[in-house]
Design a protein around this ligand. Structure first.
Ligand code: SAH
Ligand code: SF4
Ligand code: F3S
Length: 474
């Protein structure tokens, strides 16, 4: 296998002071039609950053004439966009790669591509090079825009290729997108993360924080509006630090949100916010602007100050509670959700009780909860794990029971109310039922026909369930 650039986690940890250069993607003139008559399949793991990347990779393949398929048997190219955030995510990918080995025997021309965050890890690439040699291309997160060059090389030279950069470079604009949804779109506003929470691999796999220039973001959103999009979700690992790395340091996330909310887009969401720099200006924009949705995902991770400190989260339980109280005061009906990790190294029973206490006080209407997973190369991987797997699972179970009460209460409060729903499509199970999301990001099912798809309509909520709402068109 040709190994051009291999990942290196200690290089990836460095934060260089070089200026980020913005360049523009140009579709290939020399490379044309690589995929004519061929089919591709993409499997996406992990967070919205990966979903957004997959849409870019799909568009590049489609520019070459590839068409989408959803069966492995009919695919000429399979791309797995991987996530490295927990061991379970990685195991899924290795399982999949194992299974695909036999397809490769049936169809030796099948091209297998591994992209995403796992590609940025030495251990993963080593394992692919030794045990999963049927992989044709390993592509990192910093060089998506080069994908077609690599594909051309592999297809014409009949070789395999690893191309991963550990030092993130520049921002490439004007990337094509084959969007999965006709009404809702992801819009990256920044890449990377500089927080270095001690458990987290993302700052290594995604590199240093780089904000897109606002002109490009606004242009992208204007393009989406022209195409009839109704909702955008602004993406970044920590959107609150948008702009801090840009020249001048005067234009921050609240300013961007304000400018975007003045465009003719009915719904704006954003994810994820770090509690540390959630500014008053930001709360104010969310409160004032009708098209900035009253829904905030605000990961807390733990309710114990000792654990928060060891996680390097840079706030205390009290800071977090006072921030959300400020948010509740200014935006009384806001819906808050969070992320929580249990079983972080050294988490005692009383630390865990602090987390439960914080959840009780926070009125979360949902939470993604995880058992801590040690990530090689991160500081916490060297901390002593004090809890057995069984004990950690027990804590997760207890936490989930509490979190589920929040889900149910968050739905219950809408019973009898009239809410606005962006209709997404027919329900997967019932043919006469439509579904969509409210401004507070609640899933609603109701009877109706296809003509409503893509519209924002008023729905009366009849009944709240734990995970969804039942309503009727009024
Ligand atoms: N940038 C986002 C989250 C990215 S990862 C943020 O900071 O909010 C999504 C979630 O995965 C995190 O919020 C955290 O709860 C969880 N997570 C990250 N690393 C983990 C690990 N090593 N073990 C378990 N959960 C982890
Ligand atoms: Fe990971 Fe923390 Fe960055 Fe989120 S803020 S991506 S948890 S390092
Ligand atoms: Fe996973 Fe990478 Fe996202 S590690 S959570 S896909 S940034």
């Amino acid at each position: 296998m040709e190994q051009k650039n291999l990942p290196n986690l200690s290089k990836a940890r460095k934060r260089l002071n070089n200026r980020v250069i913005t360049s523009e993607y140009k579709p290939h003139k020399e490379i044309k039609g690589l995929g004519i008559g061929k089919k591709y399949l993409i499997q996406t793991h992990g967070c919205q950053a990966n979903e957004a990347d997959s849409e870019i990779l799909r568009a590049m393949l489609e520019e070459q004439g590839f068409t989408l398929t959803d069966t492995v048997e009919t695919a000429d190219l399979i791309l797995i966009n991987t996530c490295a955030v927990r061991e379970s995510a990685e195991n899924k990918v290795f399982g999949e790669l194992g299974r695909l080995k036999s397809y490769k025997k049936v169809n030796p021309d099948l091209i297998l591509v591994v992209a995403g965050c796992m590609s940025q890890e030495e251990a993963t690439v080593e394992r692919i090079l030794t045990k999963y040699r049927h992989v044709d291309i390993v592509l990192g997160t910093h060089n998506l825009h080069e994908f077609i060059n690599y594909l051309y090389y592999v297809m014409t030279e009949n070789k395999k290729l690893v191309e991963v950069y550990s030092e993130e470079g520049n921002i490439v604009e004007n990337l094509p997108h084959a969007r999965d949804n006709r009404f809702k779109a992801w819009v990256n506003i920044m890449y990377g993360c500089d927080e270095f929470c001690t458990y987290c691999i993302v700052p290594y796999t995604r590199g240093k924080e780089r904000s897109r220039q606002k002109e490009y973001i606004i242009e992208e959103v204007e393009g989406l509006i022209a195409k009839g999009y109704k909702e955008i979700t602004l993406l970044g690992q920590n959107v609150n630090s948008y702009g801090l790395d840009l020249e001048g340091d005067k234009y921050h996330f609240a300013d961007l949100l304000e400018d975007l909310s003045n465009l003719d887009i009915p719904r704006i969401r954003f994810t994820t916010s770090h509690p540390k720099d959630f500014s008053d200006e930001l709360i104010d924009v969310i409160a004032r602007k009708q098209n900035v949705m009253p829904y905030i995902h605000l990961p807390v991770q733990s309710g114990s100050n000792a654990i928060l400190k060891r996680m390097n989260r840079k706030y205390t339980k009290e800071d977090y509670l006072s921030l959300i109280n400020k948010i509740y005061n200014r935006i009384p009906d806001v819906s808050l959700t969070t992320d929580i990790i249990v079983g972080f190294p050294g988490e005692t029973e009383s630390d865990f009780q602090e987390t439960l206490d914080l959840v009780k006080k926070s009125r979360f209407e949902g939470a993604y909860t995880f058992v801590y997973s040690a990530r090689k190369g991160t500081p916490a991987a060297n901390y002593e794990v004090t809890l057995s797997k069984g004990e950690a699972k027990q804590r997760l179970y207890e936490l989930n029971n509490l979190v589920n009460e929040g889900y149910a209460a968050g739905n219950k409060r809408f019973e009898g109310q009239i809410v606005k729903v962006l209709v997404e499509g027919m329900s997967k199970t019932k043919t006469d039922t439509l579904s969509g999301y409210t401004e507070h990001n609640k899933l609603v099912n109701f009877k109706g026909n296809e003509s409503l798809i893509g519209k924002i309509i008023d729905i009366k909520i009849l009944k709240a369930k734990t995970w969804s709402l039942d309503g009727e068109v009024i």
